[in-house]
Write a protein that binds this ligand. Structure first.
Ligand SMILES: O=C(CO)[C@H](O)[C@H](O)COP(=O)(O)O
Length: 221
């Protein structure tokens, strides 16, 4: 299977959201990556449950909900999560991580743990049976348009090897942050499966979203 595309909807032009969604449907993207920020876990605010509900009315593309919030366990119930979605919580944001992962599992969504660039892979040791996906942040989360943290390329490779060694190679690797075409190609070689596409690749001012998405796919197949 080739790499899958998860466009970061916070990078879209909200004045033309419907047009954006139709272009992404035409380009057969796999998910819509929805960043939720709380101004505490990260120094920024973004989308919320009302936004998700509105976009749900426009499309059947599964959502890839990235909760960049502290204590995600308190807020999971207010999101309209569906089976087939991905829900990511940060390892650094919840004290009882295993319990929070079970909460996600109960919704029928795919369970994902996000790691900031400085969070080591060994923190996954005791939750491998509870997750479907690891989301490797390749920038420090909070803002679009940042530069890749170079060490994260090696981290993707290390994670891929580690998952094979511990007999959990079915766990997929998602990458988020400065996933340009060139970086995506390196990330694919390192073992990434799902690619968050933002301002570095498909959302570029005055350029065609559909065409950029088709071009991006060539780098991850
Ligand atoms: O998670 C994010 C910010 O924290 C965004 O989804 C992502 O960074 C957007 O992509 P790009 O880096 O290409 O603008």
């Amino acid at each position: 299977m080739g790499g899958r595309i998860s466009p970061s909807i916070m990078c879209a032009d909200f004045r033309n959201l419907e047009t954006t969604i139709r272009a992404l449907e035409r380009a057969r993207v796999d998910y819509l990556h929805v960043d939720i920020m709380d101004g505490s876990f990260v120094p920024n605010f973004t989308l919320g449950p009302d936004f998700i509900n509105s976009v749900r009315e426009m499309t059947d593309i599964p959502f890839d909900i990235h909760l960049m919030i502290n204590r995600p366990e308190d807020f999971l119930p207010i999101f309209a999560i569906r089976p087939g979605d991905i829900v990511s919580v940060h390892q650094e944001a919840t004290i009882h991580l295993q319990r929070t992962l079970q909460q996600i599992r109960d919704t029928g969504a795919k369970v994902s743990v996000a790691l900031n660039p400085s969070t080591p892979i060994y923190t996954l040791d005791d939750i491998l049976d509870d997750i479907d996906i690891v989301l490797i942040m390749t920038v420090n989360p909070g803002f679009a348009g940042q530069k890749l943290v170079p060490a994260t390329l090696g981290k993707i490779h290390k994670l891929k090897q580690y998952l094979e060694q511990v007999g959990h190679s079915h766990i997929e690797i998602e990458v988020d942050g400065n996933v340009s075409c060139e970086n995506a190609q390196k990330m694919r070689l390192a073992g990434a499966d799902i690619f968050v596409a933002g301002t570095s690749s498909i959302f570029k001012k005055d350029q065609d979203l559909y065409e950029l998405t088709e071009k991006f796919r060539e780098y991850i197949t």
